[in-house]
Design a protein around this ligand. Structure first.
Ligand SMILES: Cc1cc2nc3c(=O)[nH]c(=O)nc-3n(C[C@H](O)[C@H](O)[C@H](O)COP(=O)(O)OP(=O)(O)OC[C@H]3O[C@@H](n4cnc5c(N)ncnc54)[C@H](O)[C@@H]3O)c2cc1C
Length: 394
């Protein structure tokens, strides 16, 4: 079946695809978003939800610190109703490590306040030799974010098509013609791929050379019942990464710095029991008893794709990338976007919208128009921690 003609088709209904769609619709284009699952089924609702200020990156990725800070300011201004009440984060590490970070925070204008040992001792089982500094950070409700983006997109006239798996970007004579999917084929002279973990296989099926440069990874995460007033992020290898969910009744945890498995294709990835056991064991020895209910966690696999331009101690490149396939494959009208972080998705979506429309808009997304947003709940995926809390409450 062929459905309508569009000025642009966006593949992927996460934070990147929906912000790209909103920007293009705002420029007067007829836009469709195709999503193989439900909106927000990918990394956007399966991550820690931290709107990074850039504090984490001062040592290994100073090049993105400014963009993180600007992106966070724009994110908060764009989606004020999607923030949780959590506004601080403890960055913890050995005293020697924290001594390295302190002057770097100062150099980047990031205010960091020392956390007293007694306070650390309320969370960490053994705070000896550990130092912590509190930095202002925010955590978002990613489910609310996707609902908000989807409602704004629908109100702006974006066609939201769920359950359509893009099989190939259709090209002819060096130009994009549209996208084929498992359910519909869409004609459009512009296609923007924002498909997260689905990016690599889609580019491969579509014959792009860029595919060899993409790295896709899996990471195990869990949500545990428990409360924390702050997020806690380890500054170097081996420390946990904990972020309170928006309700404050569950904490999202991963073993930060744990090896992240590379993937080459598309599959259903079972959550590995050994990694869950290692995460629970790690938290059990590091945290005070009762901080989290370690017997009642739910686990899932987080996924992401990067376009590494360099790598750090974690073997990652957190920066955003916008690939113009005219330059890389000789195909006009095709872009691929990798956001790196949710805040950086605002930079990435602005960059691709600028390339398409020729006009650079604000980093902050404009407030929704006056027309009442359509209900989009049925198009949006449920977040793992929301599911967890439903089970908890039952
Ligand atoms: C474990 C983990 C923790 C993270 N923590 C943070 C954090 O605390 N803060 C932060 O800012 N960032 C964090 N990130 C990164 C952040 O989640 C991502 O950068 C961001 O959400 C990516 O958004 P996206 O829209 O590009 O991808 P996604 O949200 O993954 O969206 C891509 C969409 O494309 C769809 N799709 C894929 N293939 C196809 C296809 N063939 N056809 C149609 N649709 C398709 C998918 O179903 C998916 O819905 C984390 C990532 C991971 C994995």
């Amino acid at each position: 079946m062929r459905t309508g003609e569009f000025d642009a088709v966006v593949v992927g209904g996460g934070v990147t695809g929906l912000t790209v769609a909103l920007r293009l619709a705002g420029a007067g284009m007829r836009v469709a978003v195709i999503e193989r699952d439900l909106l927000g089924a990918g990394a956007t609702t399966h991550n820690h939800g931290v709107l990074h200020s850039g504090a984490l990156y001062v040592r290994w990725h100073p090049e993105i610190v400014r963009d993180c800070a600007d992106g966070r300011t724009a994110f908060v201004a764009s989606f004020p109703d999607c923030l949780s009440g959590v506004e601080t984060c403890w960055y913890i590490g050995t005293s020697a490590t924290v001594d390295v970070y302190r002057p770097l925070w100062e150099r980047h204008g990031i205010a960091a306040r020392r956390v007293e040992q007694a306070q650390l001792g309320e969370v960490l089982a053994d705070p000896d030799g550990v130092a912590g500094h509190a930095v202002a950070e925010s955590v978002i409700d990613s489910h609310a974010l996707i609902c908000e983006l989807a409602a704004r997109a629908a109100a702006a006239g974006v066609e939201l098509i769920v359950g359509a798996d893009a099989t190939e970007i259709v090209t002819a004579d060096g130009r994009v013609r549209g996208v084929t999917t498992t359910t519909v084929a869409l004609d459009a002279p512009r296609v923007v791929v924002c498909a997260g973990i689905g990016t690599r296989p889609l580019l491969q099926r579509s014959g792009s050379r860029v595919v060899t440069e993409l790295t896709s990874r899996l990471e195990t995460m869990m949500a545990f019942p428990g409360t924390l007033a702050t997020a806690v992020i380890g500054l170097e290898f081996g420390w946990p990464f904990l972020a309170p969910s928006v309700t404050g009744r569950a904490v999202l945890a991963s073993r930060y710095g744990a090896p992240q498995r590379f993937v080459r294709g598309e599959a259903d990835w079972p959550v590995p029991a050994a990694e869950i056991a290692a995460l629970i064991g790690d938290l059990g020895t590091r945290l005070c008893p009762g901080v989290l209910d370690l017997d009642a966690g739910v686990a899932w696999v987080g996924v992401k794709t990067e376009h590494p331009t360099g790598s750090d101690q974690w073997g990652t490149s957190p920066n955003y990338a916008v690939v113009d396939h005219r330059v890389r494959d000789g195909i006009t009208g095709w872009w691929t976007v990798l956001p790196g972080k949710m805040t950086l998705a605002l930079h990435a979506s602005r960059a691709v919208a600028t390339a398409i429309t020729g006009t650079q808009g604000n980093l902050t997304l404009p407030a929704p128009g006056r027309s009442a947003p359509r209900s989009v709940e049925s198009l949006v995926a449920v977040t793992p921690w929301t599911a967890h809390e439903e089970v908890d409450a039952a």
